[in-house]
Design a protein around this ligand. Structure first.
Ligand code: GLN
Length: 322
């Protein structure tokens, strides 16, 4: 007879195979030249449950850079370091409805501070708040947090960092705007270097699922019971993921998938479902973290196949938080 684990594996394998065709609906990001080298056919997913059950399927061994998903963790680190009030005095928690690297909205009259930490303007502001005098010192606390969640210290992909740094006109424009308006807490170049480096941290879908399950538990590692992120900070990060995590498609993602998630231009998505008590028959009903990789992106910058796969699984297993 088939065990739950086998059933789960077959189920996820089938749906990865089914949704893989949607990789053809998207395109790999190429505004950072080296990202254009990713294989657009790739699709992979790892799900880790609170109870330790896990399933991995598709192209799961491929390392990729964390990109915008790093914004969640730099925000968390800044809050842990400086306190929530300090951070939220300098960056808001409102969705923009604009693209992640929008410049236009910065000049809008009512702008008192960048809209949220998950768009570039907000994330660059957050990077400027991290403690340390050099970009490597600033990154230390992000690496420390990730190591606490993953059990190993991820590395920087130097080629992606250099490609990112050398094709960063728009982020520099945003940086100069923030400098002029007095939002930056550190030197502009060090801040931008920190931001480019944090985007270039290399991870896998397994890592995203691990970090997801910690967030699902409000910052506690379900295996060790250790609190890695203070509960209040984890909750805030999840609220931001839900409202702003999928760029200007966040509303639709909340409506149709209904779980906190954050995507990045290299095709990664971190998602999670908090533990609930309801139908014990359903897998992962006790909470899970999910990592997805599918570098072919839609016009908003989200993985075409990845979003569809997540939507299917979230609906089948009733993962929605609503
Ligand atoms: N490195 C990217 C940038 O700022 C990160 C953006 C993203 O993943 N959406 O251009």
């Amino acid at each position: 007879t088939e065990t739950t684990q086998e059933w789960l594996q077959n189920y996820v394998d089938d749906w990865v195979a089914f949704y893989r065709k949607h990789t053809a609906d998207g395109e790999v990001a190429s505004y950072i030249p080296i990202l254009g080298e990713a294989n657009p056919d790739h699709l992979g997913i790892t799900i880790i449950g609170n109870d330790g059950m896990r399933v991995s399927s598709g192209d799961v061994g491929i390392p990729f850079t964390i990109q915008s998903i790093s914004k969640v963790f730099s925000f968390i680190v800044a809050c842990m370091d400086r306190g929530i009030t300090y951070v939220l005095d300098r960056v808001d928690v409102e969705p923009t409805g604009e693209a992640f690297n929008s410049i236009m909205h910065l000049e809008m009259k009512q702008l008192k501070k960048p809209f949220n930490p998950l768009i570039n303007a907000g994330a660059i502001t957050v990077s400027s708040m991290l403690s340390g005098n050099t970009s490597d010192e600033k990154l230390m606390s992000i690496f420390d947090l990730m190591e606490n969640m993953l059990g190993y210290r991820p590395a920087l992909n130097v080629d992606v960092y250099e490609s990112e740094r050398d094709s960063s006109m728009r982020n520099r424009a945003i940086g100069y705007y923030l400098l002029e308006t007095g939002f930056l807490e550190s030197d502009l170049n060090i801040t931008l270097e920190t931001y480019f480096k944090q985007c270039s941290i290399e991870i896998t879908v397994d890592d995203l699922a691990r970090m997801g399950v910690v967030l699902a538990n409000d910052g506690m590692d379900p295996e060790s019971g250790e609190e890695i992120i203070p509960r209040q900070v984890a909750r805030l990060a999840k609220a931001l993921m839900l409202t702003c995590g999928m760029y200007d498609a966040s509303g639709k993602f909340a409506a149709y998938v209904g779980i906190p998630a954050k995507s990045g231009v290299s095709g990664g998505i971190i998602a999670l479902s908090p533990p609930r008590v309801r139908d014990e028959e359903l897998p992962f009903i006790n909470g899970c973290g999910i990592g997805v990789y599918g570098p072919a992106l839609d016009d908003k910058g989200n993985s075409t196949a990845g979003i569809r796969l997540l939507r299917h699984i979230a609906s089948q297993w009733d993962l929605s938080i609503f």
